[in-house]
Design a protein around this ligand. Structure first.
Ligand code: BGC
Length: 867
């Protein structure tokens, strides 16, 4: 029976280096199976500055998530180390002290930037063409004016770019982030990153080098109308912005800001675009060999010009960076009917290839990427205008290892053209690099049904494929933008699988900024492109997509229990409901405009029925928020608005207890959002049951209905019927794609048609996460795990077996610690093992019993004879 602190964190940071918060709240997660353990008080020790001893603080509080920062706020670039210890109540044991965990703020004052400005090459270029990446360098001296011998204490690089950057110091890479600084609504909010480069800097002569590619900032990025390709959404010139600050032990500070004293040159990357890929000419490496070292001669490099400071406020990141997460080996080399060499990685993913190769100078290797094959060849149609190919041209200086820097591809298959005879095409020579935001994994699920396990794995891979700085719709075609509806419906699933709190916090800041410049309308995707768009379809208010401004803050609050985050996001929820949505009669949606509604549903439901149902549901969530925030007056206001709107909805869409349209989505929405009169509930449930059965348990929902139909049916006592739908393998169904041996979830139920051909529609992706939102139901109903109180302080454990599944297990790591359920059906009945982490509680409902059992932390075993 033990309890200890396994992780201490600040705000929602995975690593708290260079953060914005000067009073970062502290949370700790427990480990151990101590029974009924609740925290009664806690101690915190803080060490600030170099020599100060720790200062201790003691609090009588059971709070272990987001506790206030003790003592004075941190100053700019100030570092502290913190540890905590928690005491159990009623004579229960205390934890020992946690490890010391460091926290350090970023540049909190404008002056800290030491006059740094973005810089650009003075070489002329055509701003309407793809921009060749530019290499920048600056030699610098590390020496103390006071004392020539003073050693280096710390060195930090604060860096961003108009574009995407990668930095080197003295020939060594700085950190392991890629596609940095990610994508934000740059003109309003521009992220800079902080690196600890103490080990890279030396006394005496040093040099820093930065290469910048156009990225989303100045590259070609999706917009509507689709026919118009527009580049330079945020600016037409690329370049870095940074300050390197080296602090010596005697207190000397050496600052190296980007300014006119830097130099620039072209290098071997001759082209690098998000959609089209990268071209690398290794023969051009020679002139820049050693470019980021002090001894490099840069007299042939050109001067740079200073640009004005970015219009967006410079801010530290809220979530983790994008990294290279995994390396995959290809499974098979395929010779296509036309004689091409195609590698099958066995897994659809987002990222790129790394090659290690040797060959004659000028050998041109082209790597083309695709998600599926059609007639044995790469299916390139679904990529639309994205070329999705990388080209490396070899030097003849021996073996070389290369991977692209400023692009990414969605692929399982890669065609290799021009591979030289000198290198055997082995799994050592070409590797798949999986790239996504480096989120901490928190959720797992498995059960006795292998097809469902495969579906679950596909859901995870589609999340990995699309969580790259922002939540994208897909990673492969010329789109890859933050479609709000997709984010809305997949949110709860994502919050279980990974710690997404910082990721969503960041993206919702852009949602809010993009709303404010568009009369509180949530753009169809965020960051909206072009940022200054006016009067385009992208800015028309639409339900489900725009409703992310309410649904997602609500889901985040339930998942992470952060009141301050809810407070921050409440503004956008309110603004969308109060101002963004055009209201017609009785406060429902004003009809006559455009709606995606139940997008891609096999059976269509009237768009305004969907929009209005979501509106009632969203106002219900909005009315729950003031409770958490203590806004008494608003609670009343939105509760009243909710019940009035529900009445109006009934008047408009329900006639004598029946929905105006008899579709799966209409009934699922009605049941899920509580739109029917109590007296009509049973008949509604019957209608949905019948609808589903008559449809042979095939799914009939699209984006609006898919994430909720399972819960609607569970709530209406139709869990067995939903199991039949979930286990259906014919088209359309979840397992239809799984049966086709695919490894991600699709945009359409039939992205691949039953005859193996690719759906010819111009919107056919094999890596979209929306329909994978059913995984939330798998966690909640099969696994039986759901948050009862925000942040999983109280856990609802109520597995409902069905579908012939004989065992299942779910694990979720909440802010309190690891929660587990594991059940099996044996000859003697139903067995359930449960683990509840310290400082939280659970209420367990055994299947079919309706009776609840309250339990505290620790492990518990149940059998259906218990009720
Ligand atoms: C995207 C979607 C998005 C939709 C809008 C598509 O092009 O890929 O996932 O939500 O448009 O309906």
């Amino acid at each position: 029976m033990s309890v200890s602190i396994s992780q201490l964190a600040f705000e929602h940071h995975r690593e708290a280096l260079g953060i914005a918060e000067s009073k970062p709240r502290i949370s700790w997660r427990f480990e151990g199976n101590a029974a009924d353990w609740e925290q009664s008080s806690y101690d915190i020790k803080v060490r600030r500055g170099r020599d100060d001893g720790p200062v201790s603080f003691a609090y009588n509080s059971s709070q272990s998530l987001f506790v206030p920062w003790p003592g004075e706020p941190l100053g700019s670039t100030e570092r502290a180390r913190v540890r905590a210890r928690a005491h159990g109540n009623k004579g229960k044991s205390s934890t020992s002290w946690s490890d010391w965990v460091a926290v350090e703020t970023g540049l909190l004052d404008e002056d800290d930037w030491a006059g740094a400005v973005p810089i650009a090459s003075t070489k002329s270029f055509d701003r309407n063409q793809p921009k060749r990446p530019v290499y920048f360098r600056k030699p610098f001296l590390v020496n103390s004016k006071k004392n020539g011998h003073s050693a280096i204490e710390t060195a930090r690089l604060y860096i961003t770019a108009l574009g995407l950057y990668e930095a080197e110091i003295n020939g060594n890479p700085v950190g392991d982030r890629v596609l940095a600084p990610g994508w934000q609504s740059y003109d309003l909010r521009h992220v800079y990153d902080t690196y600890d480069v103490t080990d890279l800097v030396e006394k005496g002569n040093n040099a820093i080098g930065i290469v910048v590619g156009e990225g989303w900032y100045a590259g070609s990025v999706f917009q509507q109308p689709y026919e118009e390709v527009r580049r330079n959404h945020y600016g037409g010139t690329i370049g870095p912005l940074c300050v390197l600050i080296v602090t010596l032990k005697d207190g000397t500070k050496i600052e190296v800001p980007t300014d006119s004293s830097w130099k620039a040159a072209d290098g071997p990357i001759t082209d690098s675009q998000i959609y089209d890929g990268e071209i690398y000419d290794s023969r051009l490496e020679k002139p820049i060999k050693g470019w980021s070292t002090a001894s490099f001669k840069d007299d042939k490099w050109s001067a740079v010009k200073e640009l004005s400071r970015p219009s967006g406020t410079l801010v530290p990141p809220d979530g983790p960076p994008v990294r290279r997460i995994q390396e995959l080996e290809f499974k098979e080399i395929i010779k296509s009917p036309s004689g091409k060499t195609i590698l099958d990685f066995g897994q659809n993913m987002a990222g790129w290839l790394k090659v290690t190769v040797k060959g004659p100078a000028g050998t041109n290797i082209t790597l083309s990427h695709a998600e599926v094959l059609e007639n044995g060849e790469l299916a390139l149609e679904p990529l639309r205008r994205a070329k999705a190919r990388d080209i490396i041209i070899l030097h003849d200086q021996g073996e070389q290892t290369w991977e692209p820097k400023f692009t990414s591809h969605g692929f399982r298959f890669a065609q290799v053209d021009g591979w030289p005879e000198d290198t055997p095409l082995t799994t050592e020579a070409i590797k798949g690099i999986v790239v996504h935001t480096d989120l901490q994994r928190t959720g797992w699920f498995q059960c006795s049904d292998e097809l469902l396990n495969k579906l679950h794995s596909n859901v995870i891979w589609s999340m990995k494929g699309n969580f790259a700085s922002i939540p994208t719709d897909c990673p492969q075609r010329d789109e890859r933008v933050g479609w709000t509806g997709d984010a809305h419906v997949f949110g709860p699933t994502s919050n279980y699988l990974f710690d997404t709190s910082g990721f969503w916090k960041s993206w919702h800041k852009d949602v809010w900024l993009d709303m404010q410049r568009n009369n509180m309308i949530v753009p169809h995707w965020v960051p909206v492109t072009p940022p200054d768009a006016k009067d385009v379809i992208t800015l028309t208010p639409i339900a489900v997509w725009g409703d992310v401004a309410v649904g997602s803050p609500w889901n985040l609050w339930r998942a992470f229990g952060d009141d301050a985050l809810l407070k921050e996001q409440f503004e956008q929820s309110q603004a969308w409901i109060e101002t963004g949505i055009p209201r017609g009669e009785g406060g429902l949606w004003k009809e006559g405009g455009f709606q995606y509604a139940d997008w891609l549903a096999p059976t269509s439901t009237p768009t305004y029925l969907v929009a209005d149902a979501y509106l009632v549901g969203m106002v219900d969530r909005l009315a729950n928020m003031p409770d958490a925030l203590g806004y008494e007056d608003l609670r009343e206001k939105y509760r009243t608005q909710h019940s009035e709107l529900r009445d109006t909805f009934r008047g408009r869409w329900i006639n004598e207890g029946r929905m105006a349209n008899t579709t799966q989505t209409a009934y699922a929405l009605g049941l899920y959002f509580g739109l029917f009169e109590d007296g009509d509930l049973q008949e509604s449930a019957e209608t949905l049951k019948q609808l589903v059965a008559e449809n042979d348990y095939l799914i009939g929902t699209g984006f609006a209905g898919t994430s909720i139909i399972g819960y609607a049916m569970n709530g209406a006592g139709l869990t067995d019927d939903f199991y039949k739908m979930l286990l259906q393998t014919k088209n359309p169904s979840w397992l239809y794609s799984v049966k086709q041996n695919v490894t991600t979830t699709w945009e359409r139920w039939d992205s691949m048609l039953p005859d193996g051909s690719v759906n010819p529609n111009m919107m056919t992706s094999f890596n979209h996460y929306s329909f994978g939102s059913v995984a939330d139901w798998m966690h909640g109903v099969i696994g039986g795990l759901a948050p009862g109180e925000p942040g999983w302080k109280r856990i609802e454990i109520s597995p409902v077996p069905g579908g012939g599944i004989t065992e299942a297990e779910a694990t979720f790591v909440s802010g309190y610690g690891e929660i587990k359920t594991k059940w099996s059906i044996k000859d003697d009945g139903f067995h359930l093992d449960v683990q509840v982490p310290p400082n939280s509680k659970a209420v367990v409902t055994l299947p079919g019993s309706g009776k609840t059992i309250d339990v505290g932390s620790g492990t518990h075993k149940f059998h259906d004879s218990d009720v």
